[in-house]
Design a protein around this ligand. Structure first.
Ligand code: 5AD
Ligand code: FES
Length: 364
């Protein structure tokens, strides 16, 4: 085994595209060595804390038609639901009472007035019901600057909008090429979110058809160059009711997609030591210990699902999604044990904001 190159890259912080691509593609003993190196050192500067974000996937109605996603508009087999505000506020109160510190609201993408106005009032209600103590992250897709502003003023302070792939050609292979799925609009949205003052998160899927290690290296450089505060990324998992399913035979094995996802997390952690990084749920769809492994090698955020259980099974972006039968209580217990098993501490009652965000503000 030769560890010389790995050691050099880490020590000299020599993060060229070629070197990043090399780290992302590691296998076998060399990969084990690399993951251990990152795992043993990154908490020294970032700390051992893991932050919880109670995740409410409150509706799967979606106006978009992404080729990978199980809740895409054209999937007529998807059972649609929309949880009412009262039940969402109750879930927020649950998160608050269980000292989660923060909430994530996610849904399919809609930008009609009824929806955007509803979210503004929902955000205010959640803030009120939790004494302004619960941090709120939202993940509601592409919106106008005005809407982003309204939501920010109503109390949301972090926003997640995955770029899905930073390679424009690949982007158009996994999305329809039309106005509703425009790569440049998505980039612009990220910039607008940063301008407004959100802690801004993005991310990609790993192991997409047509995707190479070089693409993934470019994704990491994209996060760095866009000065992003938070990242959530995980393996692509094919869904039978979506157009990308026809490429299933060309995909890496699920295990390889999982392994490369951990390589991506570890590599990004050394490239951007102070950002927040989530242990994506999709990792656990492949490996029962997937999220714990992500925590070991670079992630510091975990998003326990607190969507009312009756609806969980219908938010199937991909199949075999874990924890769709458990209630929120079970998830909380199970997760706290898992985090402690990974040798980490839970940041109870803390917002767990991105350190990178504050450094970015100071530099302004
Ligand atoms: N496999 C893995 N992740 C998926 N997502 C959507 N569909 C899939 C899939 N089939 C991810 C996208 C989206 C996030 C909410 O879920 O990256 O941004
Ligand atoms: Fe949900 Fe374990 S995280 S049951």
């Amino acid at each position: 085994m030769s560890t010389e190159r790995i050691r050099k890259i880490i020590n000299n912080k020599d993060f060229t595209k070629e070197n990043l691509s090399y780290l992302i593609s590691l296998e076998g003993d060399e990969r084990d060595y690399f993951l251990k190196q990152v795992g043993n050192t990154y908490t020294e500067s970032l700390g051992k804390k893991v932050y919880f974000r109670g995740l409410v996937e409150f509706s799967n109605f979606c106006t978009k038609d992404c080729y990978y996603c199980g809740i895409r508009k054209s999937n007529t087999h998807s059972e649609r639901y929309d949880i009412d505000n009262k039940a969402i506020v109750d879930a927020a109160i649950f998160a608050h009472e269980n000292k989660y510190g923060s909430l994530v609201l996610q849904s399919g993408e809609r930008s009609d007035k009824a929806f955007t106005v509803r979210i503004t009032s929902l955000l205010k209600k959640i803030k009120e019901a939790t004494n302004g103590e619960l941090g709120i992250t939202i993940s509601l897709g592409e919106q106008s600057e005005e809407t982003y502003r309204d939501w920010f003023e109503a109390g949301a302070h972090r926003y997640l909008l995955r770029i899905e792939s930073s390679n424009q050609d690949l982007y158009y292979k996994i999305h329809p090429k039309d106005e509703k799925h425009n790569f440049e609009t998505r980039i612009k949205c990220l910039k607008t979110l940063q301008k407004i003052g959100y802690q801004t998160g993005t991310g990609v899927m790993i192991g997409l058809p047509f995707q190479s290690y070089n693409d993934l290296a470019d994704d990491l450089l994209f996060f760095k160059n866009t000065n992003i505060d938070m990242v959530g990324m995980g393996p692509f998992i094919e869904h039978t009711e979506t157009p990308l399913y026809e490429h299933k035979d060309a995909l890496w094995s699920l295990q390889r997609r999982f392994d490369v996802s951990l390589n991506m997390i570890a590599t990004l952690r050394i490239l951007m030591p102070d950002i927040n990084m989530a242990a994506a749920t999709a990792l656990q769809a492949i490996d029962p210990m997937g999220r714990e492994k992500a925590l070991r090698y670079g992630a510091n955020v975990i998003m326990p699902n607190i969507t009312p259980t009756a609806n969980r099974k219908d938010y199937t972006l991909y199949e075999n999604k874990p924890c769709t039968d458990e209630g929120a209580d079970d998830c909380a217990n199970c997760l706290s044990i898992r985090v402690e098993m990974a040798g980490r501490e839970i940041g109870y009652n803390e917002w767990g904001d991105s350190k990178h965000f504050f450094k970015r503000q100071e530099k302004k």
